[in-house]
Design a protein. Structure first.
Length: 793
């Protein structure tokens, strides 16, 4: 959650730091705020589109809207024109981001390119990830010139540094991620950052370093390494994060603690940090002008304070690599300071509106990120709700924390699906400690390292020691049972109602309607969930790429069949896709986790699921090596009039990998589902022989992701599914589902849907059979999503 300290926030700093020595008249009129809000509304409308209009038409709309905005004589003309301007600008940026992606013809082929390394490369065991901009290419590789790629270098990678030019061969694809509720939208992220494609370096032995050019990121990388030379790695990570925005050394456990305690904003350089540093700069200038009054003859004190604040803000934003939150904060600070220097209106709303306007014009796609909303709404809440800065700093801090917590709660739940219960209290302690002690020491150390001054090692060591004290408190608090709660994914109406409720609750005391406003907040914590009647089963085939994970729910129970893959030092689909989907769908208690077999694409994510649902019972085949009870044919159970039965493997069956997959049959009152893991033709024949007509099912989870050697004609004839669902990764290297398998399914008249095109697939199996399919990628499509619009009936 973004938290704002009233002593350093832009909303209040202008009252103390750069205030003029003479009274200034305040200009009237909300025109700038209305302009910014109208453009924001148009931007949001464009970003909600499933498809964007043609570029030519959008340009025409933009020109007409600009003309109306300039010559319109009434608000009824100007405001719609401003909305149209926001829509057109966002649509143009969105079209550029999507049209700039890798051409389909270049996907999956070797391309010789020369690139410039950008950002800070991330090293993991046997894996290096980095961003690169193509500056030259041979043959088809020349088509990629100017495009930004997210690349991986597998195996023993060289030391890449920002600013270096390299020549190598790459194989790339268009940005595409899994599509589930609650999970990370990779394609949205790629569009926002103009990532044209992802891929990996091929033939690494022929890769060549061509040149090294000076760059801001190169300096940041060198400074980060020098901090690491002065401190042990576990201590250096916090100083690197606070001084340079380098969070590469923070591991998953660090981020878990930060989320649980609501302190993430303190370790990721944000507008809050920039405001603090700008405030320090202004105070330093005012102190110097107070000590040497003659300086005012050369430069007025307010101008000096404003200029110094701006220099400090720019310097810190540069140290953080001009990350988007720091750029937004710098714009806000600049707007307020320029107004002060020019003796214009001092209203905070005008400065905020100007910063919002500039941000929307320069980068409309920033609206897609949580940071945009947390930054601007956080400052807006403080401006609207906090009293004048004439009270004690402690009271201001408490009030600011209250305002930020309640005001930003709907946005936090919307983007992250969780809220820290102890965050408000911990922030009261952590904000002054980190911002007034740790950050200044870290920046003093950074400045000393940069300029070669003595005392750098002492400063960074003191910063690390001070942060270690705070971290011990945070680590302990994160283990409290109710440190943080996760909440089901709310709908847009719920979030809007919660925002209105928070607004009313934060207005001055004495206004009526506080209780109804509080009631409006309730759906955020207890949203309506899907009701599964007795005898029915709700099925969610979660999109985990090349793997399998199925959520199965009855009225009172929930189980998971497989948990997706997890890769050493890389992506864990259990943590990144399965658990977020379960939480977004409102699964608070998971009764059973059935792992079909031990292959990574089925059981790799189990650790993350078990960590999230500690009381879950786990079943797996005997001999699989998994920490679980034995899954054995002939056993079963009944939940809410729905029967679950295991058909394979039988007792004493040796563990044979795929062929030992647990086969689960689910009998609801109106239909049957069969999940068979990765069985092949051998076990299919055995099941047909032993089960015969009892093998029939309305819905089949297609064996082995649609492998050519599974789903034999005899097996499909025995099962005779009306609906066949395939869980496979888009463009996977195995060619799943195989065309021969799809042809066999077509011959028996089965309707086929695949997670590769549909994302998560959901349906209810009840007395009416399986209901209409919900396809997450299609039903929740936005213009940045890959895939076609075909809908399975």
């Amino acid at each position: 959650m973004s938290v704002i300290d009233p002593r350093s926030s832009i909303a209040l700093n202008h009252r103390r730091v750069v205030e003029s020595d003479r009274p200034i008249q305040t200009a009237a009129g909300p025109s700038l705020a209305a302009t910014a809000l109208a453009i924001l509304f148009g931007t949001v409308l464009a970003l909600a589109m499933t498809r964007l209009p043609p570029t030519g038409g959008t340009l025409a709309v933009l020109l007409v809207a600009l003309l109306l905005a300039l010559i319109g004589s009434t608000p009824w003309l100007r405001l719609p024109a401003l909305v149209a301007i926001g829509f057109a600008l966002a649509a143009l940026h969105g079209s550029a981001a999507v049209s700039g992606r890798i051409p389909p013809a270049l996907v999956g082929i070797d391309l010789a390119v020369e690139v410039r390394i950008e950002g800070l490369p991330r090293m993991r065991p046997d894996l290096l990830r980095f961003d690169a901009v193509v500056v030259a290419g041979e043959g088809d590789g020349a088509t990629l010139i100017g495009r930004r790629l997210r690349l991986s270098w597998y195996g023993q990678a060289p030391d890449l540094a920002a600013g270096e030019h390299w020549a190598f061969t790459v194989r790339v694809r268009r940005p595409r991620g899994v599509a589930n509720p609650g999970g990370f939208d990779f394609e949205r992220w790629a569009a926002r950052l103009a990532i044209a494609g992802t891929g990996h370096v091929r033939d690494t032995g022929s890769a060549r370093r061509l040149a090294r050019h000076a760059s801001l990121d190169g300096w940041r990388m060198r400074m980060s390494e020098r901090i690491g030379q002065h401190l042990p790695e576990r201590e250096a990570r916090f100083v690197q994060a606070l001084a340079l925005g380098d969070t590469r050394s923070l591991d998953d456990e660090d981020w878990r603690i930060l989320r649980a305690t609501g302190l993430s904003h303190l370790l990721a350089i944000s507008g809050f940090h920039v405001g603090v540093v700008a405030g320090f700069g202004a105070l330093l200038a005012r102190a110097l002008w107070w000590l040497w009054p003659a300086l005012a003859l050369r430069l007025p004190r307010p101008v000096a304070a404003a200029a110094t604040a701006m220099v400090f803000a720019l310097a810190y934003a540069a140290a953080a690599g001009f990350a988007l939150p720091t750029v937004r904060a710098t714009l806000m600070i600049a707007a307020v300071l320029v107004a002060q220097v020019l003796r214009r209106a001092r209203r905070s709303t005008q400065g905020l509106a100007l910063a919002l306007l500039v941000a929307l014009v320069l980068d409309p796609l920033a609206v897609l990120g949580a940071g945009f909303w947390l930054s601007f709404m956080g400052v807006a809440w403080l401006i609207a709700c906090l009293p004048d800065a004439d009270r004690s700093w402690l009271r201001q801090l408490v009030q600011a924390q209250t305002v930020a917590t309640l005001g930003l709660l709907p946005i936090t739940v919307w983007f992250f699906g969780e809220a820290s219960l102890i965050g408000p209290l911990l922030n009261l302690l952590a904000i002054p400690w980190v911002t007034l002690l740790v950050v200044p020491l870290a920046l003093i150390g950074l400045a000393a390292l940069t300029l070669g001054l003595p005392g750098a090692d002492l400063a960074v060591a003191l910063a690390a020691d001070a942060m270690a004290l705070a971290w011990r408190l945070a680590s302990t608090a994160a283990e409290w049972p109710l440190a943080a709660i996760w909440l089901p994914e709310p709908g847009a109406v719920t979030v809007l109602a919660a925002l209105l409720a928070a607004t009313w609750l934060l207005l001055p005391r004495g206004l009526p309607g506080k209780l109804p406003a509080a009631i409006l907040l309730a759906p955020l914590f207890w949203p309506s969930s899907e009701t599964v009647p007795d005898g029915a089963v709700r099925v969610n085939l979660i999109d985990v790429g090349q793997g399998l994970s199925i959520l199965i729910r009855t009225r009172e129970h929930a189980m998971l069949y497989d948990a997706g893959a997890a890769f050493d030092g890389g992506l864990d689909l259990g943590e990144a896709a399965v658990v977020p989907a379960l939480r977004a769908l409102g699964v608070r208690q998971l009764d059973r986790l059935l792992l079909s077999h031990a292959d990574n694409d089925h059981a790799g994510g189990a650790s993350a699921v078990r960590a999230a649902y500690r009381s879950v019972e786990v079943l797996a085949p005997d001999g699989s090596g998994l920490d679980a009870d034995v899954c054995r044919a002939g056993t079963g159970w009944t939940w809410n009039r729905v029967r679950f039965r295991l058909l394979h493997p039988p007792k004493h069956f040796p563990y044979l990998g795929n062929e030992s997959s647990c086969v689960l049959q689910i009998d609801a009152e109106g239909g049957r589902l069969l999940a068979v893991g990765d069985i092949g033709a051998l076990i299919e024949r055995r099941l047909v022989r032993e089960q015969n007509e009892a093998l029939s099912a309305d819905v089949l989870i297609v064996p082995h992701h649609g492998s050519r050697h599974s789903s034999s004609d005899a097996f499909l004839a025995a099962v005779a599914p009306r609906l066949a669902l395939v869980s496979a990764g888009h463009g996977n290297r195995f060619g799943h589902p195989h065309p021969d398998t799809l042809a066999r399914l077509d011959r028996i008249g089965a309707v086929v849907a695949a997670t590769a095109e549909s994302g998560m697939i959901a349906f209810t199996l009840d007395r009416n059979g399986h209901g209409p399919l919900e396809q997450w990628r299609i039903d929740h499509r936005r213009f940045w999503h890959e895939g076609d619009d075909s809908v399975v009936p």
